[in-house]
Ligand binder design. Structure first.
Ligand code: 13P
Length: 253
């Protein structure tokens, strides 16, 4: 399976900055990207069209959105629909990122609704899961991942396995490793990813073949080691994806 290297730019970059980074990324990718990599970029909403102009349509490169509202249109002030995102060139969405769970207070049931809705609308979904430090230290890692996977996937188990394999990715991002410079150790990554695969194996008709990405303080210096670990099918990168050079080094790791 190709390793998936995804950039989450979060709330960074105006349109000109996003375009400049995308252009630098495109020329770096043209200079040579390993054939066994799929690259995804999740810019802020207003930069999606710019980034898509530069990167959309390149083989093995996908553009997505960091959020959306699960309704077709209507009275949802401040929200954005999948049709609007598709019009700007996005074909994937992030769901359940820790900042949506913990800062914006999105619940497991709302995230399940979003996951199901996006897949029904032919969007790909990166469903993010992960425990806080307090949950880990109180021995609740397994409970938290079980709840996030079971509830997050509750609406999609009736969908065809081939659709899920093509359009659904899980990202394990321990909350304590996000933006802290504190990458999870080898032992923690191996343990969590094995658990996630085991839990996926118990969902529907065995979803253990879904890709599972690691996220949390990924840097060019640790990317290769992380990609070499069992059950790590790719990386979801925040801070180190903002600079094209650094993200290219991760893609090429
Ligand atoms: P950092 O790579 O900045 O820790 O962020 C990880 C993340 O949240 C990606 O979605």
């Amino acid at each position: 399976m190709k390793k998936i290297i995804a950039a989450n730019w979060k709330m960074n970059k105006n349109r000109a900055q996003a375009r400049a980074t995308a252009e630098e990324l495109a020329s770096g990718l043209s200079a040579g990207k390993p054939a066994d990599r799929t690259v995804m970029v999740f810019p802020p909403f207003l930069a999606i069209a710019e980034v898509n102009t530069v990167l959309g349509g390149r083989a093995g490169t996908l553009v997505g959105a960091q959020n959306f509202y699960p309704a077709e249109s209507g009275a949802y002030t401040g929200e954005i629909s999948l049709a609007m995102l598709a019009d700007a060139g996005a074909s994937w969405v992030l769901v359940g990122h820790s900042e949506r769970r913990h800062v914006l207070h999105e619940s497991d049931s709302f995230l399940a609704q979003k996951t199901q809705y996006a897949l029904r609308q032919q969007f790909g979904v990166v469903l993010c899961i992960g425990e806080t430090l307090e949950e880990r230290e109180s021995g609740r890692l397994s409970d938290v991942l079980t709840r996030q996977i079971e509830q997050g996937l509750s609406g999609v188990l009736g969908m065809s396995k081939s659709l899920l394999q093509e359009k659904l990715i899980i990202a394990y991002e321990p909350v304590w490793a996000i933006g802290t410079g504190k990458v999870a150790g080898e032992k923690e990554v191996l343990e969590a990813h094995a658990l996630v695969k085991e839990l996926l194996g118990k969902q529907g008709d065995d979803l253990s073949s879904l890709p599972v990405l690691y996220g949390g303080s990924v840097k060019p210096a640790n990317a290769q080691a992380l990609l070499g670990l069992a059950n790590v099918d790719g990386l979801l990168v925040g801070g180190a994806s903002l600079e094209a050079k650094s993200f290219l080094n991760i893609i090429n790791a």
